[in-house]
Design a protein around this ligand. Structure first.
Ligand code: IDP
Ligand code: MG
Length: 149
């Protein structure tokens, strides 16, 4: 099973969308293995978005992510990184397909509700930024034998 890092950004928190996001991922069959509500420090935002530091949108992205609490999660499942990215949809919500989280719930690239790791390597890196190994919980979902062949 793979793990991926998912974060409801401050806009999603402010709009009351934490439950909707969790509900979609749970309903799909992914398993929530860690979660925390946190206002990210500058240090963590720089680590999280390090590949974007030189980009023109970075100052506004950083300011926005630091502006309010985020809901941080680790989700587990078969091919979890790819599956969650497809459920999240395109970065620009105007291009995101209906049925995706951004396609259904957002209007603006700078307010696109959710972050999800884009590769297994990023997932491993991002999970380590936000969670200690001891905060990631293993357990069985009762429906696992019905979810996987
Ligand atoms: P992703 O979240 O779909 O992986 P990235 O390209 O990794 O997209 O960008 C990270 C975040 O930075 C985006 O989710 C979005 O909030 C913000 N962002 C990316 N490109 C732009 C832009 O052109 N204008 C404003 N914000 C942007
Ligand atoms: Mg990204």
């Amino acid at each position: 099973m793979d793990r991926t890092f998912v974060m409801v950004k401050p806009d999603g928190v402010a709009r009351g969308l934490i439950g909707e996001v969790i509900s979609r991922l749970e309903g799909k069959g992914l398993k929530l293995v860690a979660a925390r509500f946190e206002r990210l420090t500058e240090k963590k935002v720089l680590e999280q978005y390090r590949e974007h530091i030189e980009k023109p949108f970075f100052p506004s992205l950083r300011h926005f992510i630091e502006s309010g609490p985020c809901f941080l999660m680790v989700w587990e499942g078969r091919d979890a990184v790819r599956v969650v990215r497809r459920m999240v949809g395109a970065t620009n919500p105007g291009d995101a397909e209906p049925g995706t989280i951004r396609g259904d719930l957002a209007m603006d690239t700078g307010r696109n509700v959710i972050h999800a790791s884009d590769s297994p390597a990023s997932a491993e890196r991002e999970i380590a930024i936000h969670f200690n190994p001891g905060e990631i919980v293993t357990y069985k979902r009762a429906d696992e034998s019905a979810l996987y062949e």
